[in-house]
Write a protein that binds this ligand. Structure first.
Ligand SMILES: [Zn+2]
Length: 263
C-alpha cells in the first residue's frame, strides 16, 4: 500500500527512475562525444519534441550492414531503456571486439521514440492517443513515420542492408519476443546462437525465448517485412535488479558482436 501526504503543491509519483526526454537527449549528446558516433535530430513528435538518432560506425558507411536499436515506445518502460543504454555503451567500448564490429557494421540508435508520452507520464500512448508499437505498417503517427523514413533513407543512401532490429521494452519479467521458427530472416538462425551464447555467459540465468508469429503491426514485424531482417523485442522486468540489467545488456551486446563479426 502507498500512503501519500498531499497538499496544494504538485506532487510527482513515479514507480521507476524518472528518465525524461531531456535526459535522453543529454545521454545521446554524451554518447556522441565518441568519435564513431554522429548525433542528429530526425524529426519531431506530435508536440514538437525532438526525435534523436545516433549513427555509429568507423570509416565509410557505404555497404555496411545495419543493426537498428529502438527504445521507449512505451513511456513507463524505463528498465528496457536502461538496458538499451548499457547495450549501446558496450558497442562503443575500446576493446578489440567492439572496434572490429564498428568497422564492419553500422548501428542506428533511436533512444526515445515517444518523448511526449514520456514527459507527460503516459502509460502506453503517444500524444495522439495511439500505442506507437501498433503503428508500424500504418505510419500514421509522426514518431513512427519519421523514424521509419530515417532508417530507410540511411540504408538507401549507403546501399546497406538492415539485418537486425532490436526494440527495448519492459514487462513483468525478462524475456525475448522473437520470430516463430517458420520465419527465416537473412541472418537465420542467428537468434538461436545468440540465446545460447547469452545462456552460457551468465551463470544461473537462462534467456526466456518467446517466439510468436507476426499478427500485429509492431516494429519486430516491420523489420522482417521491410528488410527480411531478424528482429527481437528485448523485454526487461520492471523490477529486475539494475546491476543485472546492466550485466545482461553488456553480455548480450558482446555475444551479438562475436556472432555477427564471424559472418
Ligand atoms: Zn513495451
Amino acid at each position: 500500500m502507498l500512503k501519500l501526504d498531499i497538499s496544494t503543491d504538485k506532487l510527482w509519483v513515479s514507480a521507476q527512475e524518472i528518465k525524461t526526454s531531456a535526459e535522453a537527449t543529454n545521454w545521446s549528446k554524451q554518447i556522441a562525444k565518441h568519435q564513431n558516433v554522429q548525433f542528429s535530430i530526425v524529426g519531431e513528435s506530435k508536440l514538437k519534441r525532438d526525435l534523436v538518432a545516433l549513427d555509429i560506425y568507423t570509416g565509410d558507411p557505404k555497404g555496411k550492414e545495419i543493426i537498428v536499436v529502438l527504445s521507449r515506445q512505451h513511456p513507463p518502460e524505463v528498465t528496457g531503456y536502461l538496458a538499451m543504454q548499457s547495450f549501446v555503451d558496450e558497442l562503443l567500448k575500446d576493446h578489440r571486439l567492439a572496434k572490429d564490429f564498428r568497422n564492419k557494421y553500422r548501428i542506428l540508435v533511436y533512444p526515445l521514440l515517444n518523448p511526449d508520452g514520456v514527459d507527460l507520464g503516459h502509460w502506453r500512448h503517444n500524444a495522439g492517443g495511439i500505442d506507437l508499437n501498433r503503428d508500424w505498417g500504418y505510419y500514421r503517427q509522426k514518431e513512427v513515420n519519421a523514424i521509419v523514413n530515417d532508417i530507410v533513407n540511411r540504408a538507401k543512401i549507403s546501399k546497406s542492408k538492415v539485418i537486425l532490429g532490436l526494440d527495448f521494452h519492459s514487462t513483468q519479467t525478462d524475456l525475448y519476443y522473437s520470430f516463430s521458427d517458420d520465419m527465416h530472416s537473412s541472418i537465420y538462425p542467428f537468434k538461436d546462437y545468440w540465446m545460447h551464447a547469452i545462456d552460457d555467459a551468465i551463470p544461473n540465468y537462462t534467456p526466456d525465448d518467446k517466439p510468436y508469429p507476426l499478427n500485429q503491426p509492431i516494429s519486430k514485424g516491420w523489420f522482417f517485412k521491410q528488410f527480411n531482417a531478424e528482429s527481437l523485442t528485448y523485454e526487461i522486468g520492471d523490477e529486475t535488479p539494475r546491476d543485472f540489467i546492466d550485466l545482461k545488456a553488456r553480455i548480450a551486446a558482446k555475444e551479438m558482436m562475436r556472432l555477427l563479426i564471424l559472418r
